[in-house]
Design a protein around this ligand. Sequence first.
Ligand code: ZN
Length: 235
Amino acid sequence: MNHHDVKEEICRVGKLIYDKGFVAANDGNISVKVAEDRVITTPTGVSKGMMTPEMMVTVNLDGEVIDGQLRPSSELKMHLRVYKERPDVQAVVHAHPPHATAFAIAGIPLDKAILPEAVVTLGTIPIAEYGTPGTEEIPDSVAKYVKDHNGLLLESHGALTWAKDLMAAYFLMESLEFTATISFYVKQLGAERQLSTSRVAELREIRERMGITGKTPDGLSSPDGRSIVDPKERR
Ligand SMILES: [Zn+2]
């Protein structure tokens, strides 16, 4: 994909995260690694739903601007840390989706095996400890989780996902917010049933066959079996 196509795709994904309500006003940022030491990213102070390719900023892995009229976000630091820790990653998406952000504020990680598809595609979503915006504190806490996960919640802030291409990183953000939304509703119903450890083991095999890496929830091995979802046990 040439650089202009990458910039257009960033605009497309920016519109998606804005239209879906994953960001408010000028929040959120997106980046794509286009070469060993080159990253194209969204500008600061612009709504992600109203960007044009010309607004994109090209930086090196130290965050120095190589090309572009506008400035990158101070949150770019956490994207760059992801690329440094995970050379296989080509795209990072940061947003403030409402349900995921609520979990980030409540300090509750998305680490329960409640949805089979989320176990396969998303895995465990931990919480990276709070840091002051714009400082190295946030990249430092993100770095602890990057190798073993494909996304995380930023404590009292929002969510971050990364993948081998931009659409994959965006879809992880969608799955993360969907999982947070369903977790929220299930908590309201007061019955958070989890998949059993044996069911999770089956899902891990599927995940491995799909070449997805990173930690998954453990599943529940409850002695009374009451909160376990395992059809085999009901036969
Ligand atoms: Zn943010």
